[in-house]
Design a protein around this ligand. Structure first.
Ligand SMILES: Cc1cc2nc3c(=O)[nH]c(=O)nc-3n(C[C@H](O)[C@H](O)[C@H](O)COP(=O)(O)OP(=O)(O)OC[C@H]3O[C@@H](n4cnc5c(N)ncnc54)[C@H](O)[C@@H]3O)c2cc1C
Length: 345
């Protein structure tokens, strides 16, 4: 286990441009001031530029919106100041069962036990929201001020297929003490719907950005080598373009459904967000897998040698496509369709 300063050579210092950082501003209901469509478009753009930064940006927006929606007025004011100062938020929920994070009341303080895994941006994210279980099992969000904690960041197990630069390390929180004023919302707020499942739209947007980048790079590669008039290559570019456009259209449908819920938070609108986002994430995954296959066929082995971009892009996308509970999302879509008697909408 290493202290943060000792691992600085392994940790990237991601900083967001002010225009991107500003997208994290949200109202007291956690609705991004820029609107859902702008949020999703920005996540696509960042994903296309740098997949790992896209992952960190996704966590930043999610964390900031959770504080805006579930935090007290004081906590929201502090978070607004942190966002304006360029401090990155994040959400670290994943953990190994054997070291699940617990919250222990100890005298006047609260002590954490356990560790988070897959903590993206560890070493860069200044204000992660972590989840921890109270003794009765209720799940609580806590905002950490990383500079004040002495949490131990361990990059030693991070040897992934792709997304290496997301620095998704293990963070040991054992013994870290937090204040009551660091608790965000109450037990159960983290998993409150429709926000919890709707959040999948953010990672689907970053994934779509990577897909769009692969399509653009493939077209450029073929043109640069005079292979763009070949009918097989042209057909593959067509299929890739249709897949990428399909992903974008589904993201836009998800953003529109979410925006409609933001405007009118009624149960039918919540159901529509959940259904549309579950479908969107499944479609984006399918489109991404198709584009990977088509791009690899188009550029061949030569294209998969660095410094060509394809090897890294394909690795990053393959890795980042693995997000929580894809089977469960598809099962919800199927159950909802069966309840509608097979009607498609
Ligand atoms: C690059 C990257 C960065 C990440 N950053 C963060 C982060 O900052 N914060 C964070 O909290 N998390 C982060 N994660 C973790 C992420 O949110 C998911 O928890 C993780 O990707 C899911 O991993 P998995 O595919 O191994 O999951 P699994 O849940 O093991 O899924 C694998 C397969 O098993 C199926 N399955 C799931 N449950 C069951 C079951 N009970 N029985 C049978 N089959 C099942 C799934 O549908 C899927 O097909 C990150 C992940 C990646 C890839």
């Amino acid at each position: 286990m290493l202290a943060e300063r000792e691992i600085s050579p392994h940790v990237r210092r991601y900083e967001l441009e002010p225009a991107l950082a500003a997208l994290a501003h949200a109202d007291a209901r956690g609705v991004p001031l820029a609107g859902r469509a702008a949020e999703i478009a920005a996540l696509r753009r960042v994903g296309a530029r740098n997949a790992s930064l896209g992952r960190i940006f996704e966590g930043h927006l999610n964390g900031a919106q959770l504080v805006a929606r579930c935090g007290s007025p004081e906590q929201r004011t502090v978070a607004e100041r942190d966002i304006a100062a360029g401090r990155l938020f994040g959400v670290w929920n994943t953990q190994d069962d054997a070291h699940a994070v617990r919250l222990e009341p100890a005298g006047g303080v609260l002590r954490l036990r356990g560790a988070k895994t897959w903590a993206s941006g560890a070493g860069t994210v200044a204000r992660p929201l972590v989840t921890a279980a109270w003794p009765d099992g209720g799940v609580q969000m806590i905002v950490l001020r990383m500079e004040a904690l002495g949490a131990r960041i361990d990059p030693s197990g991070w040897r992934p297929l792709g997304m290496h630069d997301s620095d998704s390390f293990r963070v040991d929180l054992d013994g870290v003490t937090v204040e009551r004023s660091d608790l965000i919302g109450g037990p159960g707020d983290y998993e409150r719907q429709p926000w919890f499942f709707a959040g999948a739209l953010r990672f689907a947007a970053v994934q779509t950005g990577i897909v769009e980048r692969i399509v653009a790079e493939t077209a450029a590669y073929l043109r640069a080598r005079g292979r763009d008039a070949d009918p097989f290559q042209t057909a593959r570019v067509a299929q890739m373009t249709i897949a990428a456009r399909t992903a974008v259209l589904w993201l836009e449908a998800g953003a529109a459904a979410w925006q409609a819920y933001d405007a009118e938070p009624l149960p039918p609108n919540a159901a529509a967000v959940l259904d549309t986002v579950d479908m969107a994430r499944s479609v984006v995954e399918r489109c991404a897998l198709d584009v990977i296959e088509l791009a690899v066929r188009s550029v061949g082995a030569r294209g998969l040698v660095e410094p060509e971009p394809f090897a890294a892009l394909v690795r990053d996308l393959q890795m980042y496509l693995r997000q929580p509970a894809p089977d469960a999302a598809l099962a919800r879509v199927g159950r909802a369709a069966l309840e509608r008697g097979g009607a498609t909408a």
